[in-house]
Design a protein. Structure first.
Length: 95
């Protein structure tokens, strides 16, 4: 079994500000994660990634807010998307 694309989306929030969402179902859990998904959700402003949720193999589930990185507790895809959207809105409100 190969990785299966679950979601691939990209959209503009404002001039120069975009969201990219990539989610795959993988045949085996990535080291450090306890679920069958590989994901990258990013908020990019004028070419700079200011917010990213991902689970790079070996690092497990985590998020980057600017230069800061912290663990992320993955529950399911719905919660992942809700949490990401909440952080996107918090970032936008702070601008």
């Amino acid at each position: 079994m190969k990785a299966e694309l679950v979601s691939r989306d990209q959209f503009l929030l404002a001039e120069g500000v975009r969201v990219e969402i990539m989610i795959w179902r993988v045949p085996r859990q990535l080291p450090g994660s306890q679920h069958p998904f590989k994901y990258r959700l990013a908020l990019i402003t004028h070419g700079i990634c200011v917010l990213r949720y991902d689970n790079k193999a070996g690092k497990g589930d985590h998020k980057h807010i600017g230069e800061h990185e912290e663990p992320y507790e993955f529950a399911d895809l719905d919660r992942l998307l809700l949490d990401f959207r909440a952080d996107v809105e918090a970032w936008r409100a702070a601008q």
